[in-house]
Write a protein that binds this ligand. Structure first.
Ligand SMILES: [Mg+2]
Length: 295
C-alpha cells in the first residue's frame, strides 16, 4: 500500500463516539469503560484467502463482513453482547488503499449492526495472500455465558434454522443470532449452545464431548435449507448429508430441558455417549463429517 499512515489516519477519522469506549483507536491502546459485574468474554478468529473465501470472487466488503460476523456468531453462541473488536490485516502488497478501506468498511458494516466498535488493529503488507484476524470482546450483560459443557441426558436438542448448502452464498453473508440467543438464554434453561460453523454433525460432537453425553437425532426433523437441495442436484451428496455436514451455517445448536417454541427440535441428549441418527425406523451412528482444518 502506498502509505500505511494515511490509511491509519483515515481509520481514525472513521471512529465514532461510543459510551463504552473512553479512548478509541489512535493511542497505543484503546481504553474501555467496563461495567462492574460484567464478565469479559474474548475470542479470536482468522480468515485466509483461498481457505475461507476467494478474493477473486468476493468483494473486500463481503470479506470484511464475513470475518466480523464469524466473531459475532461466537458471541451468539455464548449469549453475550459484543462490546468491542480489534482487527489485524495482512494485505497483499500493491492491493491499494481503496481495497483496504473497503475491507474496513465491510467489517464496520457487520459490527455496526450490533453497535460493536472496532477500537484498534494493525495492518501490514506482504508478498502473500490476504489474511484477516479479528479479536472480539463480549460482555455478559446480565446473562450468564452459555457453555458447551452443560448438556444433560434427556435435554431436547434444538437448531435455530435450516441447514446445508451455505457454500452457495450464505457463508459470506449471514446475520449472527445474538438477539435470539440472548432471548432464549433469558427465557429458558439453555444447558449448552454452539454456533454451527463446522457442520451439525461435528458441532454436535463438540457439545457431546464437552458435556460427556451422547445424542440421538431424528433425520426427518432436521430442517434442510433450500440451498442444500439445490446443491444435492449438482453433486452426489444428499440434501440431508449437506444439512448434517456442511459448515458455516451459523445457526444455533442448543440443548434445553424446556419445550421451546419457534425452534426445530431435532432430537434428545442421551446418557449413552454415542451420537446416533434415526431414519426410517433404523438407528445409525452419526460420524462427524463436517469441515475440519487439517494441520
Ligand atoms: Mg463458534
Amino acid at each position: 500500500m502506498a502509505d500505511e499512515f494515511s490509511f491509519i489516519r483515515w481509520i481514525q477519522s472513521q471512529q465514532s463516539k461510543s459510551a463504552g469506549v473512553l479512548v478509541p483507536a489512535g493511542d497505543d491502546m484503546a481504553v474501555m469503560n467496563w461495567p462492574p459485574g460484567d464478565l469479559l468474554l474474548c475470542a479470536v478468529d482468522q480468515v485466509i484467502d483461498g481457505v475461507h473465501f476467494d478474493s477473486r470472487q468476493r468483494s473486500p466488503r463481503q470479506i470484511g463482513r464475513k470475518v466480523v460476523n464469524r466473531n459475532l456468531s461466537d458471541c451468539a453462541a455464548m449469549a453475550c453482547l459484543p462490546a468491542a473488536a480489534l482487527a489485524c490485516v495482512a494485505l497483499p502488497r500493491g492491493c491499494g488503499e481503496k481495497y483496504a478501506r473497503e475491507l474496513y468498511l465491510g467489517m464496520r458494516e457487520a459490527a455496526d449492526v450490533f453497535s460493536c466498535p472496532i477500537v484498534g488493529g494493525d495492518t501490514g503488507s506482504w508478498d502473500g495472500k490476504l489474511v484477516l484476524s479479528v479479536t472480539i470482546m463480549g460482555k455478559s450483560a446480565g446473562i450468564a455465558p452459555v457453555l458447551r459443557s452443560g448438556a444433560r441426558a434427556g435435554d431436547f436438542l434444538y437448531v435455530s434454522g435450516p441447514l446445508g448448502g451455505s457454500i452457495i452464498s450464505r457463508h459470506m453473508d449471514f446475520r449472527p443470532k445474538i438477539a435470539l440467543a440472548r432471548e432464549l438464554a433469558s427465557k429458558y434453561r439453555i444447558s449448552a449452545m454452539i454456533d454451527i460453523s463446522d457442520g451439525l454433525s461435528r458441532d454436535l460432537g463438540h457439545i457431546c464431548h464437552e458435556s460427556k453425553v451422547g445424542a440421538a437425532i431424528n433425520a426427518p426433523m432436521i430442517p434442510i435449507h433450500f440451498d442444500a437441495m439445490a446443491l444435492s442436484k449438482t453433486d452426489a451428496i444428499s440434501a440431508l448429508d449437506h444439512a448434517l455436514n456442511d459448515g458455516e451455517d451459523h445457526e444455533l445448536l442448543l440443548c434445553s430441558a424446556d419445550e421451546i417454541p419457534g425452534l426445530f427440535q431435532i432430537g434428545q441428549m442421551t446418557a449413552d455417549p454415542a451420537i446416533v441418527i434415526r431414519r426410517a425406523g433404523r438407528t445409525f451412528p452419526l460420524t462427524p463429517a463436517g469441515w475440519e482444518h487439517q494441520l
